[in-house]
Design a protein around this ligand. Structure first.
Ligand code: GLP
Length: 248
């Protein structure tokens, strides 16, 4: 089953489209007195979408008081305060600029000792469940088809856990670090099954990802291309830049 795609002339247009849908959901939930549970992603892809949400907060009064967030992943080990941590990324690009209640922010904790990780991952799953599940999950995609940090081979049944980063992912992400040796070898990530339980999924992709997007949208569903499992989600849309959709 092909994944539905919305195609835009550039990343800015696509980001606006995604931000609009998220804002509409937040407001709809607000009008019913309900919480809105968002699953959030990092990487270069969602930066302009977060900028648009911040603009909507500042210029249009969009409030995040009813929003609960769960981030997909975090490097391990890493200090929250490190510039490269996803904790820092999220505060820098979104949380520091909106009216979200800090108690409603959840990001896997890269600071815990190894022996505490298993319990932490189970607790993360439980917190998502206790919040009522994720209403809308934002995703990017890695060049090898990873979502979150679910590298090729990740089971469709996988939950939040500690994983080994692929070498290709460490190389791709080394631009954020001084050099490749400084990129952590491990990460915490929601699992494929955690992601698949979201009620709605928006995956954004811009730039040079046409091949992996074509494989994901139209190719076989396989654990070797983790994002291809999204073909089996009943409410998932890909938001793409024209160039990125060129192999479809
Ligand atoms: C990172 C993140 C993913 C992200 C992907 C693509 O490693 N863990 O959540 O979607 O790789 O990154 P970018 O958006 O910078 O291309």
């Amino acid at each position: 089953e092909k994944i539905p795609c919305e195609i835009f002339s550039n990343a800015k247009e696509g980001s606006r489209y995604a931000a609009k849908e998220i804002a509409a959901l937040i407001k709809e939930k607000q009008s019913k007195g309900e919480k809105c549970v968002l699953g959030l992603a990092t990487g270069s892809t969602p930066i302009s979408m977060y900028a648009e949400l911040v603009r909507m907060h500042k210029e249009e009064g969009l409030s995040f008081r009813n929003v609960i967030t769960f981030n997909l992943d975090e490097y391990y080990p890493i200090d929250k305060d490190a510039y490269q941590s996803y904790w820092s990324f999220m505060h820098r690009h979104l949380f520091d600029h909106i009216d979200i209640d800090k108690a409603n922010i959840h990001i896997p904790n890269g600071e815990l000792p190894k022996e505490a990780i298993k319990a932490h991952c189970m607790e993360y799953e439980q917190m998502i469940e206790d919040a009522g599940g994720i209403d809308l999950q934002v995703l990017g995609i890695g060049n090898n088809g990873h979502i979150g940090f679910n590298e090729p081979g990740s089971s469709i049944f996988s939950k939040t856990r500690l994983i080994n980063l692929d070498n290709s992912t460490r190389v791709a992400n080394s631009r954020e670090f001084q050099n490749i040796a400084k990129v952590p070898r491990l990460a915490l990530t929601m699992g494929i099954s955690t992601i698949m339980k979201s009620k709605r999924i928006i995956l954004m992709a811009w730039g040079f990802k046409a091949q992996i997007i074509a494989k994901t949208v139209e190719g076989d569903v396989t654990e070797q291309v983790p994002a291809s499992i999204l073909q089996q989600h009943n409410n998932c849309t890909f938001v793409l830049e024209e160039n990125t959709a060129s192999e479809l």
